[in-house]
Design a protein around this ligand. Structure first.
Ligand SMILES: [Zn+2]
Length: 255
């Protein structure tokens, strides 16, 4: 998609330049074209579902009432075990996109995630606020350091990567290509880190659709009760929680 936008922008700028050369249009028309180009790129970077810089798996293709649950930013020493207990009570599996830093600090929780049949994915090493500004080699280092940490503990080499904050850019595209990682986004964001339980549940209940990949965080206490109520509602609504790999039909680890 980005290539198409680049070509169209280049053609429009070339046409304006020719027009200006032959005194047909003002060169100032280039300014709005460049501004529109910048806005499109900012929107493309912030909306992972647009697949603007590279393809991310954000939703399963199915008409069955099946969805997958994902938890980002952990493992957390108190919240992740509570979530694991809850998932066990309702007999569902989920995917945990862990940071290398948290996994290294809480290896026994990571082991518990695996032992209970859940999937782990890579969510960068330090989840830096400046991650999107890192060079491709620094991003590559974050991805490989995290995979090394996760593999050391679980003996599994993850293939799934969720970009921190869901922001995509060409640098990350290059780093993912080099590491052969598969980018995974989401189709339904719970906003569990910013909204109250009532608001989150209301939104989840009205927006859940077949094939959804739902985004939670196992680092905020609110998430525990939200997930519990959501699981009850999913059962009542005949929704089945399936693993991310079965929903997307992709592997989670290197063979
Ligand atoms: Zn995150």
């Amino acid at each position: 998609m980005r290539a198409r936008v680049n070509i169209i922008t280049l053609i429009v700028i070339t046409l304006i330049s020719f027009g200006w050369y032959f005194s047909l249009v003002s060169i100032r028309y280039i300014v709005p074209v460049i501004l529109i180009y910048i806005v499109i790129n900012i929107v493309g970077a912030s909306k992972i579902q647009l697949n603007y810089f590279f393809v991310s798996h954000c939703k399963g293709i199915t008409e069955n009432r099946e969805i997958a649950l994902t938890f980002d930013d952990g493992p957390h020493p108190e919240i992740t075990p509570s979530i694991l207990k809850l998932l066990e009570d309702y007999n569902v599996t989920a995917t945990f996109f862990c940071t290398g830093k948290n996994a290294t600090q809480h290896p026994h929780i990571l082991t518990e995630i695996i032992n209970k049949g859940h999937i782990i994915g890579n969510h960068s090493y330090g989840h830096s606020k400046l991650f999107d500004l890192f060079s491709p080699s620094k991003m590559h280092g974050e991805i490989t350091d995290t995979n090394t940490a996760l593999t050391k503990i679980t003996k599994k080499s993850p293939l799934l990567f969720r970009p921190p904050y869901g922001v995509t850019n060409p640098m990350l595209g290059r780093a993912l290509k080099k590491t052969n990682m598969i980018s995974v986004g989401w189709s339904l964001r719970s906003f569990d880190t910013v909204k109250n339980n009532h608001e989150v549940l209301k939104k989840l209940k009205s927006n859940t659709k077949p094939g959804d990949i739902v985004l939670f965080h196992d680092t905020v206490p609110n998430t525990i009760n939200i997930v519990k109520d959501y699981l009850i509602w999913l059962q009542e609504s005949d929704y089945k929680v399936v693993s991310l790999t079965s929903l997307l039909k992709i592997p989670a680890y290197e063979e």
